[in-house]
Every structure is written in structure tokens, then in C-alpha cells.
Design a protein around this ligand. Sequence first.
Ligand code: FAD
Length: 374
Amino acid sequence: MVKTYDAAVIGGGIIGMATAYYLTRHNLKVAVIERKYPGSGSTGRCIGGIRQQFSTPGSIRMMVESLKLFSEMKEELGRSVEFHQGGYLFLAHTPQMVEVFKKNIEIQKKENLNVSLLSPEEVLKVVPELNIDGLLAGAYCPEDAQAFPFAVLDGYREKIVEKGSDIFMENPVTNIQQGKNFTVTLSDGTLIEAPKVLLSAGPWTHELGKLVGLDFPMYPERHEAAITERIPKFLEPMVVDYRPDGCYFHQLITGQVIVCYTPVPTVPGIREDTTFEFLPQVAWRMKRLIPELKNAAILRNWAGSYTMTPDGNPIVDETPIKGFYVASAMCGHGFMFGPAIGKNMAGFMTEGKWTLDFSEFAMNREFKGKESMK
Ligand SMILES: Cc1cc2nc3c(=O)[nH]c(=O)nc-3n(C[C@H](O)[C@H](O)[C@H](O)COP(=O)(O)OP(=O)(O)OC[C@H]3O[C@@H](n4cnc5c(N)ncnc54)[C@H](O)[C@@H]3O)c2cc1C
């Protein structure tokens, strides 16, 4: 069966769903095609952090817009997405990291971010329970935030369907052909025809790109996470410990503490299996920072992917194939980037120009440099 749309979006993670939502605001009829269900990829495995503290003007400006869009979602999507501005607190335990913070804060202040370099004593005013042994400084922005990924996806889903667009679930793309329009084949044999296609399949983007002869410089890595039982609310910001044996965690408005760390060395591949090392390690790392957490029971542990590029920035662009777009490789920041990328990508796909400067995310960039607020 052939179905015709104005645009096809491959992947129902935050990037695909946000872009599809904004495409429908431009009155396009959209097909979102999802291998399983929205959120089944990285988005449903993320810990919901939203921050503006990045090291380049492009990422900072994008995040200022994204944070604003998150803050308006309750009204726009007609449901709570558990948006809460508890801030982000980055910790520096080495003089080198203090210098990185100082340099970034200079750039961030030029973009009018309310960010400060805190002494260990000032850090204690933000998180009184923190163990400041060895701490040299903190970088803090109280307006950074958190939200609940599944609520955001569900809000977009409702609005996409309400506008008469379709979401195909449990139906992976198996082929993409180029003719006058693109023809996207789904596993049940449905053919989707559309003049525009967005490939936003998270860690699967590289493999799907090969269907049209594209070789994107991106690679997935496994990241594990865990969540504790509910405990009385004591922690406002996301705490990010940049030591090689550090971790990052925050407390949801519902009381659970949710935590991740980046393994050294990193673990390549699309891996959703968890390890025996992670649980005792993450418990030790959290307890080192907040000793009171020693009594918090961890309820669950899972794994998902960060899709990385050589410079730590995403790829968001039209590909060399006219009408074929890519928005992927969010390098661990896709949930927070989602609304702004979706809005700007939908504008670019319909009007042919960017509203924000997305040149830092261009496909033909040199991939030099590195985002230092990883
Ligand atoms: C443990 C962990 C913690 C994280 N914490 C944060 C955080 O605090 N803040 C933040 O901003 N980011 C965080 N991230 C990163 C964030 O989750 C990702 O960057 C983001 O979800 C990427 O979204 P996406 O839409 O690009 O990809 P995905 O969410 O992976 O969506 C891609 C979709 O494509 C679908 N798909 C795949 N193949 C096909 C096919 N053949 N046909 C159709 N559909 C297909 C998949 O099923 C999937 O649903 C975290 C990630 C992990 C793993």
C-alpha cells in the first residue's frame, strides 16, 4: 500500500517527534516511522537534564531557545512535562578544570547566561550535603532544568495525531529509494512517499544512512543509568562531577535520585545490556559526593546509547541528497536539544533557511575542536 505525505520522519525519539510536531505547525502532513514505540531508543533511557552551560555560542543559543520551549510546554502541549528549574552545578577538582569553567563562563556571560564560578563554600550553599573534599570550584546556573522524557514525547504525539499526521509504530524502515519523491519501505510492506525525509534514528542513523549511500561520522556508545527509591526532596541541581571516576545525578520532583556516569574507557556499539560493575561503582561515586545517600536503595538500572561525533556536536543539516535531511548524533544532549532542533529543523525543511545559526552542526564541517562541557 502506498501512502503519500509532505514529509517522512524516521525515528520517534525526541528529535523525530519534536521535528514532526513543528512540521505539523507548518501545516505539513507527516509520517513518523518508528521501529518500536516513541522513546524506545535513547530518549526513554535518558535522565532528563536540560542545561544552557555549553562552551560554544551555537550550542548556548540553541539551549536558551530549547529551555524556553520546555518552559512553555505545559501550555503548548496541554500537559505537565514535569519541567523544574533546579539548576546545574558542575564540579572542578583540578586547576585545569577550573580554567575550563572560567573560559566557558566568559563565553556564557556574553550570551547573557546567569552563570557563576562558585568557591567550595558557595557550593555548599547550593548543596549543603555535598562533600567538598578536594573541590576547587563549581560552575552554577540556577535556571538550568529537568523534565520527564516520556511526558514530552507523549505531548508531541498527541498534537501530531490531532493535526491529522500519522505515527507508524512497531514498523521499522527497511529501505529508502530516491525518485521524484522518496519511497520509504516499512517492514510490513507499507510504502511511504514523500518529497522530504528526515533521518533522526539516533544510534541507528549510521546504518540507515547507508541505504542511500551516506556515511555519517557518528558512532554509538553505551551509557548506564540507575534510579533510587523516593526520598524526601533535598537536592535541587543536577550535580556533575567531572573526575574520571565521577558521575552526574539529580533528584526528580517525585523524589527519586537518577544517576549516570561515563565509563572509562567508553563502550562502543548499540548496547542495552547492563553490567555488574555499574551498580556498586555508581553507589560509591554518589556516596562519595553526598554521604547521606548511603541509605538510598537503588531500584533499577538500565543502559542506552550516546551517539557521538568526533567534535562532540550533533549533525543537523540537509545531506548532499536534496530533500534528505539528518538530525542525529546528539552526543549525550539530545533530550535537551530536542525542542530547539525540532523547531529549527522544521523551519529549515519548510522555508529553506535557518532561524538560529546551525553552522556548528553542519554536515560538511571539519569536526575539529571539542565541546568541553560534556
Ligand atoms: C543513560 C543516558 C542518560 C542521558 N541523559 C541525558 C540528559 O540528561 N539530557 C539529555 O539531553 N540527553 C541525555 N541523554 C542523551 C539522549 O537520550 C539522546 O541524545 C537523545 O535521546 C537522542 O534522541 P534521538 O531522537 O536522536 O534518538 P533516539 O531517542 O534513539 O530515537 C531514535 C529512534 O529511531 C528508531 N529507529 C531505529 N531504527 C529505525 C528504523 N529502521 N525505522 C524506524 N525507526 C527506527 C528507534 O527505535 C528510536 O526510537 C542520555 C542518554 C543516556 C543513554
